[in-house]
Design a protein around this ligand. Structure first.
Ligand code: FES
Length: 166
C-alpha cells in the first residue's frame, strides 16, 4: 500500500495584537510597504526573531513579496532571521570604534561569553553579533545589548555590564 505524502504546510498567522500594531504604523505612512521594517520589528519583538513563515505573513498583510521583505531584512541588521538568545550583544566594528580598540574588545567579549560572532551561548542567554556604527563615535568603543547602547566599553567592565542581562 502506498503512503500519501502531504505537501501542505501550515500558514502562519500574525496575532491580533501584531496586526493591530502593524496597522497602526501603516496609518501614519504613505503606503503599506513603508511599514516593512516596523512590521518586522513588531513581529520580532513578539517572537524573538523573524522566520520565513512570519515573513510570508507580514508580506500578505503589507502586499509585499517574501523576497522583497527578505532583502530589506538582510540589509537592516537589527532584524534577526534566525533564532537568537534572550539577549543580543552587538559590538560596533566601524572606524571610530576600531581605532579605539573594538577589535580587542570583541576578542574579550568572545572570550567572556565563550562564543564567536553569529553564535549563541549554550544556555541561550546571549547571541553575539557585529554591527556597523551605532552613532556614538565620540564614545567609542560602543556596543548594544538588546536596546541599550553602552558607551566607552572597557574590558574590565564586561562582567558588570553583561551581568545585568539575565
Ligand atoms: S564607529 Fe562605533 S559608534 Fe560610530
Amino acid at each position: 500500500m502506498s503512503e500519501t505524502v502531504s505537501t501542505f504546510e501550515p500558514v502562519e498567522q500574525l496575532s491580533d495584537e501584531e496586526v493591530a500594531l502593524i496597522e497602526h504604523e501603516c496609518a501614519h505612512l504613505p503606503d503599506r510597504q513603508s511599514a516593512a521594517i516596523d512590521a518586522m520589528m513588531i513581529v520580532q519583538k513578539h517572537r524573538g526573531w523573524v522566520s520565513d513563515a512570519s515573513l510570508a505573513a507580514i508580506g500578505r498583510l503589507l502586499g509585499m513579496s517574501t523576497a522583497a521583505l527578505d532583502a530589506i531584512a538582510t540589509f537592516y541588521n537589527r532584524i534577526f532571521r534566525q533564532p537568537v538568545g534572550r539577549h543580543v550583544v552587538m559590538v560596533c566594528d566601524s572606524v571610530s570604534c576600531f581605532i579605539m580598540g573594538a577589535d580587542g574588545l570583541a576578542r574579550d567579549i568572545q572570550k567572556h561569553l565563550g562564543v564567536g560572532y553569529g553564535e549563541t551561548t549554550p544556555d541561550g542567554r546571549f547571541t553575539l553579533l557585529p554591527i556597523v556604527c551605532l552613532g556614538a563615535c565620540d564614545k567609542a568603543p560602543t556596543m548594544l545589548v538588546d536596546e541599550e547602547l553602552i558607551e566607552n566599553v572597557r574590558a574590565e567592565d564586561l562582567d558588570a555590564i553583561l551581568g545585568r542581562f539575565e
